[in-house]
Write a protein that binds this ligand. Structure first.
Ligand SMILES: NC(=O)c1ccc[n+]([C@@H]2O[C@H](COP(=O)([O-])OP(=O)(O)OC[C@H]3O[C@@H](n4cnc5c(N)ncnc54)[C@H](O)[C@@H]3O)[C@@H](O)[C@H]2O)c1
Length: 317
């Protein structure tokens, strides 16, 4: 099995590379990553000497590099993206370039190279705010921030290549991931590392926004499962079954550190902050996948990881 993994030096991508080598030691993996502020070769330090592994520094918008790395590939797993909503609110240009144009360049190269499967990694944010109930894969996309809009745009391109060019694509939409190697700008690692530095935890608005959380190892397993069991042209929600208000996530983390709510600093709400994302996951469950990790245990494991890898995140903060 020969894989091209875009964004493999990022959070989920690097966990996925590690997951695949653990499960399929003979697979061959090329990672294509631009190494933006979010890409970090330290994430793959234990893998870089594996003879079945190759790292290529490059931009997915660069068709010359993309065409080079697409040769002799069976599967493309496309993680590379600009991912931080707050950054997209300040300036979304990179988001449009990488998330939309970059996805197009990859799709176009994949169709010319007879790729067996193109797995596009998307997000629950494409559904927009979910007042009640749960989003289904067939719901209309209604993204409400620039990051989510570019992810929705990329999905439309992916599906167009299935319909127009018979490219065997699959889309996964996962909820909020957490786990090792997540950049400390994101909520859980930000709270954890702030507490380790004796700082407070900044909570947007009233802290009542609801998100579903999935442990990154569960998401990696689900993506691998979908690569083999999913149907071309289909989209699969991947949720963790852990819907929590941000304030409750903060409280759980504070408890782990033996600290109280005085450490919470309420900050001005994010512009256009969606109140709730929530997905129904019947489709993937019907195929036979279910998550393995419990939220509280996975969170404890994650906190331990940040405690043991202080030098990893110190450089990034
Ligand atoms: N983290 C989450 O909670 C979450 C949830 C749902 C979906 N997703 C999706 O999963 C994917 C991975 O997310 P993540 O949290 O690991 O992101 P991340 O920000 O940690 O990593 C993104 C990676 O992409 C690379 N990259 C960015 N622009 C590039 C370009 N033009 N060319 C090549 N590489 C480039 C970066 O260097 C980095 O290594 C994204 O597509 C994201 O939309 C993430």
């Amino acid at each position: 099995m020969r894989l091209l993994i875009t964004g493999g030096a990022g959070f989920i991508g690097s966990n996925f590379v590690r997951y695949m080598f653990d499960k399929y030691p003979d697979c061959k993996i090329t990672t294509l990553d631009k190494l933006t502020y979010a890409g970090n070769l330290d994430n793959l330090h234990d893998i870089e000497k594996n003879p079945n592994y190759r790292f290529v520094k490059g931009d997915i918008c660069d068709d010359k590099i993309v065409n080079k790395v697409m040769i002799d590939v069976d599967y493309v797993i496309h993680f590379a993206a600009e991912t931080h909503v707050d950054r997209s609110i300040k300036n979304a240009e990179n988001f449009v370039d990488t998330n939309v144009r970059g996805t197009y360049v990859l799709l176009d190269s994949a169709r010319k190279n007879d790729i067996k499967r193109f797995v596009h990694i998307s997000t629950d944010e494409v559904y927009g705010n979910v007042g009640s109930g749960y989003s289904k894969e067939t719901d209309v996309l209604a993204p409400r921030n620039p990051y989510a809009a570019t992810k929705a745009g990329s999905e439309l391109l992916v599906n167009s290549f299935f319909n127009t060019h018979d490219l065997p694509v699959i889309i996964t939409r996962s909820s909020n991931n957490f786990g090792p190697y997540q950049h400390p700008e994101k909520l859980i690692p930000l709270f954890v590392t702030n507490l380790m530095e004796d700082k407070g935890v900044p909570l947007y608005g009233d802290g009542l926004n609801l998100r579903d959380w999935i442990y990154v190892k569960d998401n990696c397993e689900a993506i691998d499962f979908i690569m083999s069991n999913g149907m071309g042209g289909e989209t699969y929600n991947i949720g963790g079954g852990n819907e929590k208000r941000n304030i409750d996530v903060a409280r759980i983390i504070l408890k782990e550190f033996g600290k109280d709510e005085n450490c919470i600093q309420y900050v001005k709400d994010r512009l256009g902050h969606d109140r709730r994302y929530a997905m129904g996951c019947k489709k993937i469950k019907k195929l036979g996948w279910k998550h393995s990790f419990k939220f509280e245990e996975a969170l404890k494991e994650t906190i331990e990881w940040y405690k043991e890898n202080r030098s990893w995140w110190k450089k990034l903060k």
